[in-house]
Design a protein around this ligand. Structure first.
Ligand SMILES: C[S@@+](CC[C@H](N)C(=O)[O-])C[C@H]1O[C@@H](n2cnc3c(N)ncnc32)[C@H](O)[C@@H]1O
Length: 445
């Protein structure tokens, strides 16, 4: 089992490098980003997953590529996880589907073999009926998110992709399927389960919460995973096999890597880009006395937080000069100054949120849940996470992916919307272990 430690230079080192896979060949066209060897090893966790679960021997009888199809594909976390576990040549990516332009560009650049469709509610599923081994979809979470002020839940128009995915599974008849969604869906889980059972009676269904911290990454991202295995291809009890597979994996990843491992090195060319060196315009950064009614809302919020926490104004300036070099707005700059006064040990915070409800983490705590619009300020680095780093933290091997095909804003959205690579790899491992591969191998496709 790999053990993480700091070497004499303060760099993170892995004790047993032999446990990690050999450096992955670049999968695609140039565009991947240079990373440290340590980061590459951490991202190339796939062989550890395969070894821990005995998947290599389990899949041997298949004797062909695994046929995989994705809906609501986004950054294609499931395909990326499968490539990392079994190698690109073991997977046939039949088709992908996404409505948004950014993900479409990313998919075209990175997964050119897959046919690309644009709407989960109306694409030509007939073409792939009975041809799919694994169907994977992370249907949009808008209808189920707790951050949303109002939702009609399953009756909400934003929930339609969920029904689309279920209907596509019904038509495609894949041997197994994995779907994912946010924890907010728990509020309508009874109805969700009823719908799955009613529409997909040919499937064993098991619903489980998974998070990256179970698999060696200190990041908060609990998500529901819906595991489905077609009864005629099931090798045993889905729940029991899942429990055993997860136990095997968790044993392998008893030690969590700090999230800082997945930041770009300080001297990385992307961080010396002129955008990052931008100096703040001359703006009013002062913490004023009680704001006047016409002043922006954030000043009132900041004032109220200061009053509530008895913040002494004269202490606020401390780090502001350094921050001003990189932050565009007085709002963010003040928020950081006040935060430092209230909570001296904070390490990272989400500047996209107002100060009174800003997610903040301290030393050693797991990184907060990454969202598409989150603006994560890393105190030690005195900068915000790049969109590219959101993908890195989500476990994407950006050194072998084409990440220059879209803007950093699109990468930020892809990373914030994606499944974390490790839990989805675990979910896929569970359904694969539950499949009777000898029987699947006899199918003529
Ligand atoms: C939660 S993200 C999925 C992320 C993806 N599973 C991953 O792990 O990278 C949902 C995706 O569904 C896409 N989407 C939303 N409505 C859609 C629709 N009607 N048809 C296809 N894709 C849709 C969004 O653009 C978004 O990329």
């Amino acid at each position: 089992m790999p053990v993480w430690r700091y070497d004499s230079n303060g760099d993170l080192e892995i004790d047993s490098a032999s446990e990690c896979s050999a450096e992955t060949e670049r999968w695609f066209l140039p565009g991947g980003v240079c990373l440290t060897d340590h980061q590459k090893r951490s991202l190339e966790f796939g062989s550890q997953f395969v070894d821990a679960t005995g998947l290599k021997a389990h899949l041997k009888p298949l004797g062909r590529k695994l046929h995989v199809l994705t809906d609501c594909s986004g950054a294609e976390a499931p395909i990326t996880a499968l490539y990392l576990m079994f190698g690109k040549d073991s997977i046939k990516h039949l088709s992908a589907c996404d409505k948004a332009k950014g993900p479409q560009e990313y998919i075209k650049a990175n997964f050119p073999d897959a046919e690309l469709y644009h709407d989960v509610l109306s694409w030509e599923v007939e073409k792939f009926v009975d041809k799919v081994d694994i169907y994977a979809a992370g249907f949009p979470c808008k209808a189920f998110s707790r951050m949303r002020t109002f939702s009609l839940w399953l009756q909400d128009p934003e929930a339609r992709p969920f029904y689309g995915c279920v209907s596509n599974i019904k038509s495609l008849r894949p041997r197994a399927a994995v779907m994912e969604n946010v924890m907010g869906i728990a509020l309508v889980m009874v109805e969700v389960k009823d719908h799955l059972v009613k529409e997909l009676p040919e499937y064993d269904i098991y619903i489980i919460v998974l998070s990256p911290h179970q698999f060696g990454v200190n990041l908060n991202r609990e998500r529901y995973y819906f595991l489905l295995v077609r009864k005629e291809y099931a090798i045993g009890d889905l729940e029991a096999i899942t429990t055993q597979t997860l136990t095997d994996l968790e044993k392998k990843f008893e030690h969590s890597e700090p999230w800082q491992t997945f930041l770009l090195p300080d001297d990385h060319e992307l961080l010396t880009d002129k955008k990052e060196r931008r100096h703040a315009e001359k703006k009013d950064y002062s913490i004023v006395a009680k704001p006047k009614p016409e002043e922006p809302k954030w000043r009132h919020i900041h004032w109220e937080v200061m009053q509530r926490n008895k913040v002494v104004k004269k202490n606020l300036k401390k780090d502001v000069d350094a921050w001003q070099k990189r932050l565009k707005t007085p709002r963010s700059c003040q928020a950081l100054a006040i935060l430092s006064s209230i909570k001296p040990t904070w390490t990272a915070c989400d500047l996209s949120q107002s100060l009174h409800r800003m997610p903040v983490i301290g030393d050693g705590a797991p990184f907060m849940c990454i969202t598409p619009n989150g603006k994560y300020w890393i105190r030690e680095k005195q900068r915000c996470l790049l969109g590219l780093e959101k993908l890195l933290l989500m476990g994407f091997p950006i050194h072998v992916l084409n990440v220059t095909c879209v803007s950093d804003t699109v990468l930020s959205s892809l990373g914030g919307n994606a499944m974390h690579i490790r839990p989805v790899a675990a979910a896929l491992a569970c359904v694969l272990k539950s499949m009777d591969i000898q029987k699947v191998a006899t199918l003529r496709l």
